[in-house]
Structures are given as structure tokens and as C-alpha cells.
Design a protein. Structure first.
Length: 176
């Protein structure tokens, strides 16, 4: 059975955007390395990663929520519908063998915080948490200082700059 990578990120980037292209390339490279992906199932980064994965033969799960009135993107192969955001986050976490957090806003921050807290409190098995973007690097650095202050484990979240670094880390930590 293939490992599933849950990808979080903004719903706003469009096809000509640098963030969209990064997500597409990440989805493609993950698929080429026999990973499946899971996203929130809608647009922007979720669509880009899904398209990249589907174009390269991967199974693509979309975990959607009903109240936004949006149809899921056309690149998911299996939709899982949820009734609210919290159920959605739980499902996105449940499917994952690892997490990749791309550029995003408060929704993506909520997803990162949930995953990080579950890892911090050991409420889930050990799963890699990877961030990409200068914004997340700053947040991770600040939070790691707080983790040290609280005598907790810093370094639960890793930051990388390239698709190749992310995929290589995933292969090393969870296989494919």
C-alpha cells in the first residue's frame, strides 16, 4: 500500500502563480515516487498538488467540507465529505503518513497548529511534518524557541526550500 502525504495550503493561487507551480511540481514528484496525496480537495494549492499527482498516476484524496458551496477540484479520484472544518482536519490527519504545509493563510495555520499539537502531545504516531515558505520558517523558529522554554521537543517541524528536498526527506523517513 502506498504512503499518503497530506498537503495543506492556500486556496487562492492560480495556474500562473509561483505557489501553484510549486504545488503542482510537488504533487508530480510525489506521484513519481509512488506516494498518494490527500488535500482539502478545493482550489489553489490543493488543486495544483492534486493535478500534479493525478497527471503522474497517483491516487488523490480530497477531503471536503459542505458549507463553502464550492465543488471539489476535478483532479481528485476519491472525495471524502465532512460536515465541518474540525472533522475535515481530523480526516486529513487520519489519512496521512506525513504532512507538507505550503504557503497559506489562517486556515493553513490552523491545520499546521493541529498537526503540530498532536505531534507535540504524542496524540498521533510519529509522522513527518514539513513546511515550505519563508513565512513558515519564521513561525517554526519562534515556536521551537518556545518549545525549548517549555522543555518540550523542538524540531518536530522541518523546513525545506525545494521539491526535491521535501521528497527526499519523505523517502528517507517513511519510505514509499
Amino acid at each position: 500500500m502506498s504512503k499518503v502525504i497530506t498537503i495543506f495550503g492556500s486556496s487562492f493561487p492560480k495556474e500562473d502563480d509561483k505557489q501553484y507551480n510549486f504545488a503542482y511540481n510537488l504533487g508530480a514528484k510525489l506521484a513519481q515516487n509512488k506516494f498518494e496525496i490527500c488535500t482539502g480537495g478545493f482550489y489553489g494549492i490543493m488543486e495544483a498538488a492534486s493535478k500534479g499527482a493525478l497527471d503522474n498516476g497517483a491516487e488523490v484524496y480530497g477531503v471536503t467540507v459542505n458549507f463553502w458551496g464550492s465543488d471539489p477540484n476535478r483532479y481528485i479520484t476519491r472525495e471524502i465529505r465532512c460536515v465541518n472544518v474540525f472533522e475535515r482536519i481530523e480526516k486529513l490527519m487520519e489519512f496521512a503518513d506525513a504532512f507538507v504545509i505550503l504557503q497559506g493563510g489562517t486556515g493553513t495555520l490552523l491545520e499546521l497548529a493541529a498537526v503540530w499539537e498532536y505531534a507535540n502531545k504524542k496524540l498521533m504516531g510519529s509522522k513527518p511534518i514539513i513546511c515550505h515558505s519563508s513565512m513558515w520558517k519564521e513561525i517554526v523558529a519562534v515556536m521551537d524557541k518556545q518549545m525549548i522554554y517549555e522543555n518540550r521537543d523542538p524540531g518536530l517541524v522541518k523546513c525545506f526550500d525545494t521539491v526535491d528536498e521535501i521528497v527526499e526527506y519523505l523517502i528517507q523517513t517513511i519510505g514509499n
